[in-house]
Write a new protein. Sequence first.
Length: 179
Amino acid sequence: MRNLPAFTLAGYDKGRGKLVQALWFAVMNTVFMAWFTPAGVRTMLLRAFGAKIGEGVLIRHRVRVLWPWKLEIGDHTWIGEGAFLLNLEPIRIGAHVCVSQEAMICTGSHDHRKADFRYRNAPITVEDGAWIATRATVLAGVTVGAQSVVAAGTVLTRDLPALTLHAVDGSRRPVPEPV
């Protein structure tokens, strides 16, 4: 049986003090996510809060990033509208990656086997050239291999080797060559 009042933040480091956290939330919820904010301003804001962002990165509106200082994005990567980078732990996204609309990259979870429902968080790596398709979810501790595809609407719970397609039916097969 769960004992949710026993839950604590033990072992979880947000990485910055409460003032910086509050300032980021204010900026994220007013300027960063707004449709009228240019993509270049979004990358500038992330960098100002400690994210490591490469050149030519495109971040669309309604993107949510929990903690910018726990985010690294390589060159020429796209983050689509409404994507959620829930990074209680670091997220490293390589170069030439596409994270499509409303995809979720989630480094946090809970240990369902423990009564206090303690955190079971782990970093995520998305290697160069990968594609996280629309409404796909990548869960804590996973590495998405280079040039791999996480198909639309799927949930990825374990590492995906390079050049592999994780399909809706849960199967894995080689990524087809481009035409």
